[in-house]
Design a binder for this molecule. Structure first.
Ligand SMILES: Nc1nc2c(ncn2[C@@H]2O[C@H](COP(=O)(O)OP(=O)(O)OP(=O)(O)O)[C@@H](O)[C@H]2O)c(=O)[nH]1
Ligand SMILES: [Mg+2]
Length: 455
């Protein structure tokens, strides 16, 4: 265990009403006492108002200081939080004075890493701290908070306990196989494996929804020039972000803005209109649009329903393929050349919607369909499972599941208890990597390196 005392600014850098500087480690209380005499005597968690002074005794700031003594602190070590005025010079002078007295600047996530190493929270809970800080919708916040409060750890822990209990029974069978005591029947081990696999399957159902919840979904608007793509983009954003004009080829660059759909982040992109043009800038814009569409979870292919489709539009639609495309027939206030069904047949897509960006007709329905095509199922899975496992956790779950699958096969063939015990241990250890019971140091470092400094 690292015995250094660490310091970091816990609030964002820059001007603010208050900034919080945290100091954690064995020398935290002594260091702050020298800066702000009289803090040592304060009760744990009591807030005291002190003048902070530099080595020469000159005042740096007045601040509220809270001492939280080990082990009753976030990190499990002596931890001091100084709420000073949020000026950049105040903070840098304060950090300098604290470091001059023996603390070093904390690395990313080092406070939470110490909390984990001191048993204040397990690894799944620590990862939820990072998710909670990154949360920008209520759903992201809620899921992160539930995991921070142990929703995932509890479920994984129950599986782990079931496997360790089974392991104990199997090992007794190995040790006492020559004697007249009842041994664990392989069928029992098989039943346990089956039950735990069912629970793991439930957790794994939240993997893709969890990934979407963390990274967001991408919806890209493409289509022929002048079809009203930017008008629809602005309408979905609720602001005039893209320039709209009757001049074909108005949008030349790729625009990207963030909206929220049912608690998921949605990256909405507007792109340059498709046309055969000799213009190098436009050609580059079209290529960027195609690239964006290639990465999108949903492509909105917008056409002007009031004019005939040209060959260029038809070719472009074929290029995208119908799979993740929603055809948006715009300008229906001017009348439409074909019915949605006729367009769907002609362009080989399986869903179309008629709208008018000008009057707003159909836009609510468009929003609903974007929701249905991107996150509805994921929102349902997260509601059902109440957790959202991340990629690391899902890998561990899959490894445990593979071992349990082997047990099901082995136990059916009446395999030796020794083999069952090896696989049970493999599965339990894989689950232990989620909570951090069995985890290598480099993995711990990798996880906490994704945190921000000061947490
Ligand atoms: N009547 C009518 N006009 C519309 C509608 N939507 C857009 N327009 C008009 O169509 C023209 C082109 O709109 P934009 O949104 O700039 O079209 P775009 O597809 O982004 O065009 P490019 O960026 O050039 O590819 C503008 O004059 C809009 O006012 C609509 O639903 N009905
Ligand atoms: Mg445009």
């Amino acid at each position: 265990m690292d015995r250094d005392t660490i310091v970091a600014l816990g609030t964002p850098a820059g001007e603010s009403g208050i900034a919080v500087v945290r100091v954690s480690g064995p020398a935290a209380v002594d260091i702050v006492e020298r800066l702000a005499p009289g803090t040592r005597g304060a009760a744990s968690r009591e807030l005291v108002l002190r003048t902070l002074r530099d080595a020469g005794g000159a005042p740096i700031d007045e601040a509220l200081v809270a001492v939280m003594r080990a082990p009753g602190s976030y990190t499990g070590e002596d931890l001091v939080e100084i709420s000073c005025h949020g000026g950049t010079q105040v903070v840098s002078d304060l950090l300098e004075e604290i470091m001059a007295r023996g603390a070093r600047l904390a690395g990313r996530g080092e406070f939470t890493k110490r909390a984990f190493l001191n048993g204040k929270l397990d690894l799944a809970e620590a990862e939820a701290v990072a998710d909670l800080i990154a949360a920008e919708t209520k759903l992201q916040r809620r899921v992160a908070l539930e995991q921070l409060e142990g929703a995932l750890s509890r479920r994984v822990g129950e599986c782990e306990t079931a496997l360790l209990e089974e392991l104990a029974l199997v090992e007794v069978s190995i040790d006492f196989s020559e004697e007249e005591i009842p041994v664990r029947a392989p069928a029992g081990t098989r039943r346990t494996a089956r039950e735990v696999r069912d629970r793991i399957a439930g957790l794994l159902e939240s993997e893709l929804p969890g990934a979407k919840l963390r990274r967001g979904v991408r919806v890209t608007i493409v289509g022929p020039r002048n079809a009203g793509k930017s008008s629809i983009y602005n309408a979905l954003l609720g602001e005039e972000r893209a320039i709209v004009s009757p001049v074909p080829g108005t949008t030349r660059d790729r625009l990207c803005e963030r909206i929220h759909i049912a608690g998921f982040t949605c990256w909405l992109e507007d792109t340059a209109g498709i046309a055969e043009t000799g213009c190098e800038v436009e050609t580059r814009g079209i290529a960027l649009g195609r690239e964006a569409a290639g990465r999108a979870d949903l492509v909105l292919f917008v056409i002007d329903g009031s004019v005939d489709l040209d060959a260029c539009a038809i070719n472009e639609m074929r290029r995208h393929g119908g799979g993740n495309t929603l055809l948006v027939i715009n300008k229906t206030d001017l009348g439409a050349r074909l019915s949605p069904e006729e367009y769907m047949a002609q362009l080989n897509v399986n869903e179309a919607i008629a709208v008018s960006a000008l009057t707003g007709a159909g836009l609510e329905d468009l929003r609903r369909r974007i929701y249905a095509r991107t996150v509805e199922r994921d929102a349902g899975a997260i509601r059902r499972e109440q957790v959202a496992v991340n990629a690391r956790q899902a890998d561990a779950l899959r490894e445990a599941d593979a071992a349990l699958e082997r047990i099901e096969g082995l136990a059916g063939e009446g395999a030796p208890a020794e083999l069952l015990s090896v696989e049970l241990r493999t599965a339990a250890d894989a689950l232990g990597r989620i909570t951090g019971r069995s985890v290598a140091e480099d993995l711990i470092d990798a996880i906490f390196s994704r945190f921000c400094i000061g947490k």
